[in-house]
Write a protein that binds this ligand. Structure first.
Ligand SMILES: [Zn+2]
Length: 114
């Protein structure tokens, strides 16, 4: 998978529609197009870093900080939220959805509740 075919990179570049929740210099958080539950947010690095081992400590720290911020916002929002799951899908065997070869303007992203 290259950055050109990566759904997350296309969302970061603004090529695919998304509902952005948080944006920092290195991280983007947005609503999942096919949510598992209301408030399902994806937190991704802005750089093309498809595997967990690709993350620098600084990017991983920022992703976790954004996830904590989103979790706090969800817990204090009108949405019913009795708990929050953090899930990181690293590879297809770990339920990471196929992220390449997306056509159209809506990203079929599944996966990572924050
Ligand atoms: Zn990417």
């Amino acid at each position: 998978m290259t950055a050109d075919s990566c759904v997350f990179c296309r969302i970061v570049a603004g090529e695919l529609a998304s509902s952005v929740v948080v944006e920092s210099e290195t991280v983007l958080a947005f609503m999942d197009v096919d949510p598992v539950t209301p408030g399902h947010v994806l937190v991704v690095p802005k750089a093309h870093l498809p595997e967990l081992a690709d993350l620098t400590d600084a990017v991983a720290d920022e992703m976790f900080a954004v996830a904590r911020s989103v979790a706090g916002a969800l817990r204090s929002s009108p949405l019913r939220s009795e708990g929050v799951n953090l899930f990181y899908a690293d590879g297809a065997a770990a339920f990471q959805a196929a992220l390449d070869d997306v056509e159209g303007d809506e990203a079929p992203v599944r996966g990572v509740p924050a």
